[in-house]
Ligand binder design. Sequence first.
Ligand SMILES: NC(=O)CC[C@H](N)C(=O)O
Length: 354
Amino acid sequence: MSDAYLALEDGRVIEARGRAPGRTRGELVFTTAYTGYEESLTDPSYEEQVLTFSYPLIGNYGVRTERFESDRVHPRAGIAHEFTDDVAEWLRGEGVPAIDHIDTRELVTSIREEGAMKCGIAVGDDATPEAAKAELSECKGMSEHVDIGKRVTTVEHTTYGDGAVDVALIDCGAKMSIVESLVDRDATVHVLPYDTTPGDIADLDPDLLFISNGPGDPANFEAAETLVEEYVGDLPIAGICLGQQVVARALGGTTEKMMFGHRGVNQPVRDLDSGQVVMTTQNHGYTVGEPGDELDVKQVNVNDGTAEGLANEDLDVITRQYHPEAHPGPHDSLGFFDDVLAMTAADRNVVADD
Ligand SMILES: NC(=O)CC[C@H](N)C(=O)O
């Protein structure tokens, strides 16, 4: 008898060791990041997913709140070969089930071969394979979570920093280090609910519209799409991850689900103008298919050729599929935030108007 079971969409039920009790379900995904478990576990983009760490030991440098990307744990459960007691205690306190002592190499290989799949988890003294299967039978597909934005967004307008440039950051589940990267560069960041309307933006009169990262299917973020449609050409527009997907959809492009996505801190990205390759942090399961007529693909993933950066220089639109803010991961692409804020430079607009 075990105290933890993982039921997979492919019919298997795997025994594990329980580290934090509970029953839950979600889309089973993996990250190859070898550091940054606090950041990953608090990244709102993992909402409704069960996160498997391919790196075998998770928790070896403790748990510190200053590394959190939001105020709670977002994956519905955590899976590792081994969680330290620190992490297990943290997840127990958060009410998020956790299991370890399973062959995560085999599990990750299955996800790579079969794709991200639904799963159910039961952990605790009364856990049974049937309980895990019952959770699995209730599991929805990612795109069915139509109200996912509501669960991760700010409820009210919150302002960070006191800089010269006013950024309207549409919070579809924003990581805090995106806010910090902008504040560090002399911006005032207005974090706004995911369903902010064009009228709200008109009242605020910002210098830049920025669509954040966020969980689930970008098709479920129609309000943010509407903002991009309304303000393209009038305001510079930037987006990260879900933000890139929303901007692409608003400007005539398409998005599609990937087989198992990109999650890790060493995804190689090539800039098509310079030829330079940078290492990037990623966490996404959807990708831009067709960019549409308004956007050019400026950067691509070296492994699979998917769109990593889009732009329209005349309309002042620039987006990234990966996470330039890192946290966790390499800082190679922090310059993205300088490029974004440069679009708002008043003197540049004066020159352009002349
Ligand atoms: N980190 C993100 O913004 C993820 C975007 C989207 N939810 C995806 O999975 O592709």
